[in-house]
Structures are given as structure tokens and as C-alpha cells.
Write a protein that binds this ligand. Structure first.
Ligand SMILES: [Zn+2]
Length: 419
């Protein structure tokens, strides 16, 4: 979710030498995520120890939502007739967004029935993040669409849809353009363009002076995400209580996480990144990203409604390693990893135990052999690493390494700050 704020903020860490009290005065001194609490009076919840979004959603360990009666508790309704000829397609320093026209807001309804009381949330806008803000069972997706709804009492409900690039989809859609998969991918692409050609939109974006401005195209482009993007949640969905993911990080947001991942063109991801990166003084983080770091789950629970189906979300996407500000995108790391790559992932703690187990015990003979080899390599590698670490520590010559890329700026002396 996104909001207008008083001080400049961004996804990169606050510049060295600045703090929450001095950041954000000029565009070159944006407040980083750790200091978002300072960007406006209402943003204190950005620093809350619990209750914030996004989270690492572990679908495998979700529990049933108490007092739920099934998926019919959440109903989405689109307008029956055209409620507006055009919508505003907006690009600003941190996202692309579609504002639902005022004449349509009351017609886009998400009705959420809890404890016998139905509450209507109207769709106000939707926008995109890259990579996804939430992770699912440890995995990022190339993009996440967030549909922001508001009730009469100003309570928020956001429906998140995960978008996954498919490098062969375009070819398939040229052959069979009428499939539902192609229609969704086409919808996303046309919404990102907002009625413009790519060249014209990029030129428009490049010409605005900075983050406090935006590009708005009022265009007659189809903008109904209920019918054209959000997969119907007919059998189950996930929900938890969180917050907005940008300042002022409003607490008490009901999040709905759609379990059905939507395939999109890889060219759409590149387009989105190009659009964002073309924005002068944009608020993007390292590698052209606009996702907030995962927030602590604390005592909260992820719930499911309906009857979940166990899925394997094993196509991972590494936002740190595979993106550049110019929009260049390296495709997802394939499932069929070599033993050496698997060893690397295990040793960095990225791969999940359940993933290994699944492939060891239920995969094909070749899979079992491959992952069995990888497991033995991992065990051997771990023992060798442990021995080396003990020896190094004993000799007291090796400094403590930086454990995480995000920690580089804050914790590693002598590292340049990317501002
Ligand atoms: Zn958002």
C-alpha cells in the first residue's frame, strides 16, 4: 500500500551520517525503511515491533480462521455496467497504480463476513511491487499486485495476487490468444502501459521532475481486476492482520493472499522495471526494487479459509541477485538445479527442508538420485565448512562476515552507500 507523505522516503537505507531526525529534508537524503517512522506524524507504526506487513507467509503452516464458514465469507462484486469510460493510470516514484474512478468505487465491492457481521470494502486503487512484498513458503515472485479496499469506517482490506514471469507464455499466447492465462497477462501489460505506447510512457516518466510528482494518463483501458486479474478464490485463500507496506504503514489492515499465482509475460516485468527506473530521483531500492523487507510475524497467525490444497511454490526468484535498475531481468532459477547449485543454496540457508524431503521421497528416480547426491554433498560441505570455521576462529584471523546484503550498508565499514 502506498500513501502521500511529508518527508522524502525510499527503499534504500538512510544515508550514513543521517538519522530519523535529519533524513528526508531533500530528495537526495531520503529516509530509509528503518526511519520511515519519521516521514510523517502518523507513521510511527512503521517502527512497530509487531503487526506490520509484508510477512513471510508460510502457507504450509497456516491454521483455519476461527468462526469462518468457508470461501463464501468473502464475496467480490464487479460493476454490472460501465461505471466510467476512463480510469487514471498513474506512475509515481515508487509504483504504477490504477485509481478506480469515483463513479465506480461503490460498485467494486469486497464483502467480508466475520462473526456474523458483513462489512463492505470498496476498491479504491491497485498497484504493483517488484519483487513481491510477501514471500510464500520462502519464495519471492517477480511481482505482486495489491488491491486496496476501504470500508466506510476507513478500515482497509488488501487483496494480494502473486505474479510470476513465464518466458514461454508470449509464444503460447500468440498461438492461442483466448486462454484465460493470456487474458490475464494481457490485462497486466495493458494496465502498465495505461493507454500509451512503451516509448511514449517512458518519455513521459523521464520528463517529470521527481518523486513528489507523477504521470497521470486518463485512458479508456479495461481496468476491472476482479474480472480480469484476480483468480476466483472458489476453494480457499489465506488471510492475516497486517499493515500498509509504505509510510505511514497503517496498522489493522486485513490482508487476503490469493493462493493462485498468475502467469505474466517476462516482458511485462521488464516493462514495469523500466517504467519505475525511468523516474528521476525515484524511491527504488537496490536493483530497482520497491518491496519492503519482511516484517516479524510475532504472535500473529496466518489463517486459511476454505480447503487448502498443498502446492509447491518452489520456483524462487532472488530479488537481490537478478535485477538491475535498467530493467534487465534474469529469469527465475529453474527447479532442476545441479547438485552444486543445490549445495550452494543449502549452505546459505535458502532452500527449505520440506522441498528436499518432497523431492527425495516423492520425486522420480532421477530426482531422488539428484537430490540424494545433493544432500550428501551438503552434509560433506557442511562438515568441511564447520571444520574450517573452527580452525579459522581458533587462529582469530578472520573477521565476522556480513551476513546479509541489506546489512552491507549499515554493518560493513568502508562500504559505499548507494544513494
Ligand atoms: Zn503496495
Amino acid at each position: 500500500m502506498d500513501g502521500i507523505t511529508c518527508r522524502y522516503w525510499g527503499y534504500n537505507p538512510t544515508a550514513v551520517g543521517h538519522t530519523a531526525s535529519t533524513c528526508g529534508d531533500v530528495v537526495t537524503n531520503k529516509c530509509g525503511p528503518k526511519d520511515w517512522k519519521a516521514v510523517e506524524h502518523a507513521a510511527e507504526s512503521c517502527a512497530a515491533a509487531e503487526g506490520q506487513s509484508p510477512i513471510g507467509a508460510n502457507f504450509l503452516s497456516a491454521v483455519v480462521l476461527p468462526n469462518s464458514h468457508g470461501v463464501s465469507d468473502l464475496q467480490l462484486e464487479s460493476p454490472l455496467t460501465d461505471c466510467a469510460l476512463t480510469a487514471n493510470f498513474i506512475v509515481n516514484g515508487y509504483t504504477s497504480q490504477v485509481d478506480i474512478p469515483d463513479t465506480c468505487k461503490s460498485a467494486f465491492k469486497a464483502t467480508w463476513k466475520r462473526n456474523g457481521v458483513s462489512k463492505v470494502f470498496n476498491l479504491h486503487q491497485y498497484h504493483f511491487h517488484t519483487p513481491s512484498e510477501h514471500t510464500v513458503d520462502g519464495y519471492y515472485f517477480e511481482m505482486e499486485a495489491q488491491h486496496v479496499h476501504k470500508a466506510a469506517d476507513h478500515a482497509y482490506l488488501v487483496i494480494a495476487v502473486f505474479l510470476k514471469a513465464n518466458t514461454t507464455l508470449k509464444q503460447n499466447c500468440i498461438a492461442v490468444p483466448t486462454s484465460l492465462e493470456c487474458k490475464r497477462a494481457d490485462f497486466l501489460h495493458s494496465v502498465l502501459l495505461g493507454g500509451q505506447t512503451e516509448a511514449k510512457l517512458l518519455a513521459q516518466v523521464a520528463n517529470v521532475p521527481g518523486p513528489q510528482t507523477k504521470v497521470t494518463n486518463a485512458a479508456a483501458v479495461s481496468f476491472d481486476p476482479y474480472k480480469e486479474l484476480i483468480p476466483p478464490m472458489n476453494s480457499y485463500f489465506f488471510t492475516y492482520s497486517g499493515s500498509g507496506t509504505t509510510p505511514p504503514c497503517e496498522p489493522g489492515v486485513t490482508w487476503i493472499l490469493n493462493p493462485d499465482v498468475v502467469a505474466i509475460y517476462d516482458t511485462s516485468v521488464v516493462l514495469f522495471r523500466k517504467i519505475l527506473a525511468s523516474f528521476k530521483d525515484n524511491q527504488l531500492g537496490f536493483g530497482g526494487t520497491n518491496n519492503r523487507d519482511l516484517q516479524p510475524m510475532g504472535s500473529r497467525k496466518l489463517y486459511y479459509v476454505g480447503q487448502p490444497v498443498v502446492k509447491n511454490y518452489q520456483n524462487r526468484y532472488d530479488p537481490q541477485a537478478t535485477t538491475t535498475p535498467s530493467g534487465t531481468l534474469t529469469p527465475i532459477i529453474p527447479i532442476t538445479m545441479t547438485p552444486a547449485a543445490t549445495l550452494g543454496m543449502i549452505s546459505t540457508g535458502v532452500i527449505q527442508r520440506k522441498f528436499i524431503q518432497k523431492n527425495l521421497f516423492t520425486g522420480s528416480e532421477a530426482d531422488r538420485k539428484r537430490y540424494s547426491d545433493a544432500l550428501w554433498l551438503a552434509v560433506g560441505g557442511s562438515i568441511a565448512s564447520a571444520v574450517l570455521i573452527v580452525v579459522w576462529r581458533f587462529r582469530s584471523r578472520i573477521p565476522v562476515p556480513c551476513p546479509h546484503r541489506h546489512a552491507v550498508y549499515a554493518a560493513c565499514p568502508g562500504t559505499d552507500v548507494d544513494e
